[in-house]
Design a protein around this ligand. Structure first.
Ligand code: SF4
Ligand code: SF4
Length: 255
């Protein structure tokens, strides 16, 4: 009998007789170091009584197999395997409402710590991050190409087929509803408001300098390529605008 092919058990939980960890110890340490090295870490974790107040007040804990107490305990006790395991699913259940941070007697911010874990999951290109963020690629494209997030015409079943059957519930006459909103700047379905070229180009610099685009490349290379093309085009438009403005100034000086 051949031992080369993985059995069903080996495929899902690893080889029970192997001493090799499923994820190398060095990798687990690297992931934890990335979470811990963030400037916010020491502000958001000051100790943990394991009291469970955070979980008792957490809305996500009511609906999912998720507990902020458990996540904080994993970090506080430096349980590297547990931290890695939680990053495969549990951390994505948090609604980032920060009720936990308001209630923790130790002044911890479980929601903030979860955000650090999410950012690290993205940095390491974890499948959980890719799966969670995939449906948001259109939002990202819209944000980068227009400076806006969603416009009402995007909220329809065709655009969000991968959000499952519940998307049909938002199939409302959004164009009409939008016009009923009293703020004139919102009466459009193409974009929520106009972002000028200079601001767009400045935003691209911020996204580059802060590593947002590197993260995007890790998570979705195709989307990254599309977005980079859009950014290049807009930067060229901005350079042309500046050149034209300079020429106009020179002409005025000559006159
Ligand atoms: S994070 Fe705070 S509220 Fe939650 S279990 Fe620890 S000490 Fe209690
Ligand atoms: S921020 Fe997350 S962990 Fe904290 S209460 Fe809200 S959903 Fe729960």
């Amino acid at each position: 009998m051949s031992h080369s092919a993985a059995s069903r058990v080996q495929e899902f939980i690893g080889d029970p007789v192997s001493e090799a960890p499923i994820v190398a110890r060095e990798k687990l340490e690297e992931i934890f170091a990335d979470i811990q090295d963030d400037l916010r870490y020491d502000h958001e974790l000051n100790g943990c009584l394991n009291c469970g107040i955070c979980t008792a007040t957490c809305p996500a804990a009511h609906y999912y197999d998720f507990s902020p107490r458990e996540i904080v305990q994993l970090l506080w006790t430096e349980n590297l395997e547990g931290i890695h395991d939680a990053m495969q699913e549990k951390i994505w259940a948090c609604a980032q409402c920060y009720t936990c941070a308001a209630r923790c007697p130790f002044g911890n911010s479980p929601g903030g710590l979860i955000m650090l874990m999410r950012e690290t999951a993205i940095k390491h290109g974890m499948e959980s991050a890719k799966n969670v963020l995939r449906p948001f690629s259109r939002v990202m494209l819209k944000l980068i190409s227009t400076g806006n997030q969603l416009s009402p015409d995007m909220i329809n079943p065709d655009h969000f087929a991968d959000w499952g059957p519940n998307i049909c519930k938002v199939d409302a006459p959004l164009k009409i509803l939008r016009k009923a909103i009293p703020m004139p700047t919102l009466n459009t379905t193409a974009t929520a408001w106009e972002v000028n070229l200079k601001t767009s180009v400045e935003l691209y610099t911020i996204w580059e300098m802060t590593g947002v685009l590197d993260q995007l490349e890790t998570i979705d290379e195709n989307l990254f390529d599309v977005i980079t093309d859009i950014m290049d085009e807009k930067r060229e438009d901005w350079d042309d605008f500046l050149e034209d403005a300079e020429d106009d100034e020179d002409d005025e000086d000559d006159d």
